[in-house]
Design a protein around this ligand. Structure first.
Ligand code: M6R
Length: 364
């Protein structure tokens, strides 16, 4: 049932090219730059968006916020569901609430959805499980079609959710006129490349390199993950994945926040993973890398293929295929999933059933 893999998690990591194909298929039209999501929602009918989710799905939502604000210029807020449901949120008929969930059963997210509906919001779900509780209460569902995910640590659902947000942002941007046809085509093309890029990210020599690095630092007590912009959530997700299955304490930070506290943690025993793939803000990220280095921190840099220039600032480099910045979180996440995976297996942990965790959290 694990298709020749030792664990469900590894199987699901390798299923990502197919899962992404299934998420994207039939929804993107290269020739016209149009996106067809088959949802009834009127893209002009709301003024703001609230994205609500838990855990990994919440991080996918943070990428969604960035994409929607950049591409469609609609104000977005993102909440963890357990906060949203109790904070008396401001909701109206002009709010679109987007809930994100692999299982469609997470109780906090379901209750937050009910709270948003009470306030009159229109509701859309980015959901994996067909016919799940949330889908029965949503106005519209954008299925991610990632297929069943069994490993407790979410992998293919995450990258499929992020890809769904790429499509949603494109669709909103086109419908609301913030994206012209050329920009839309460009992004659409970038999105369609994702299954191939993820396949490339899973090439044996890359996986071997990630494994070596994971084993080198497997005995660290703490880990720090840094990223910026659309890849700040990649750092958060990388930290979550690592702590969840290896039990190493890890924190994810927006790179620019390092100076405001976490820099105090840095010493020779702290591996710092920096997502430093091609972006508008790469130079700024590299200066954060230098700050870590200057304090003897161990830098593990995620760099775009061919970036030998910045490799000299790092102790270890994980190269990832070049991708359009807006879709790069999908490709980058894969490397961090593998880093967490090989760290946990080096430490002999049961990655499919990490202690104290359940696949879907249906109690509060
Ligand atoms: O089924 P959901 O997407 O609603 O689940 C949300 C979280 O419980 C889930 O993402 C959790 O954080 C994962 N174990 C992360 O790998």
């Amino acid at each position: 049932e694990k298709g020749g893999f030792d664990t469900y998690m590894l199987k699901e990591i390798y299923e990502q090219p197919q899962a992404l194909t299934n998420t994207l298929i039939g929804r993107l039209h290269d020739d016209t730059g149009e996106v067809n999501l088959d949802i009834g929602l009127d893209p002009q009918s709301f003024k703001r968006i609230s994205i609500i989710a838990c855990g990994t799905a919440y991080y996918a939502g943070l990428v969604g916020e960035y994409l929607i604000e950049q591409l469609a210029r609609i104000p977005v807020e993102v909440d963890v569901a357990s906060e949203y449901r109790y904070r008396n949120p401001i909701v109206s008929e002009q709010t679109l609430a987007v809930v994100v969930s692999q299982s469609g059963e997470t109780i906090d997210t379901l209750e937050a959805l009910r709270e948003a509906k009470k306030g009159g919001a229109k509701t859309l779900g980015v959901i994996n499980a067909k016919g799940s509780s949330m889908t029965r209460e949503l106005d519209d569902t954008l299925y991610i079609h990632a297929g069943p995910e069994i490993g407790v640590a979410s992998t293919k659902a995450y990258t499929s959710m992020v890809s769904a947000f790429v499509m949603l942002a494109l669709w909103l941007g086109r419908a609301r006129g913030t994206l012209d046809e050329t920009q839309a085509r460009d992004l659409l093309h970038a999105a369609r490349e994702l299954p191939r890029l993820v396949e490339e990210a899973l090439a044996p020599e890359r996986v071997e390199q990630i494994k070596r690095v994971a084993e080198k630092y497997a005995h660290a007590r703490d880990y720090l993950f840094l990223g910026r912009g659309v890849n700040a959530p990649t750092a958060f997700e990388g930290a979550l994945k690592l702590k969840e299955i290896s039990y190493i304490h890890a924190e994810g930070y927006a790179a620019g926040e390092m100076k405001h506290g976490p820099i105090a943690l840095i010493d020779a025993n702290l591996p710092v993973v920096v997502v430093a793939t091609e972006s508008r803000l790469l130079e700024k990220t590299i200066s954060n890398v230098q700050e870590v280095r200057a304090r003897s921190g161990q830098v593990i840099a995620l760099l775009s293929d061919g970036d030998t220039e910045n490799a000299r600032h790092a102790d270890d480099v994980l190269y990832v295929p070049r991708a359009h910045e807006m879709v790069s979180p999908v490709v980058n996440a894969v490397a961090l999933q593998l880093l967490a995976y090989f760290t946990a297996t080096a430490l002999g942990k049961d990655v499919d059933k990490p202690r104290n965790l359940a696949k879907s959290v249906t109690v509060e």
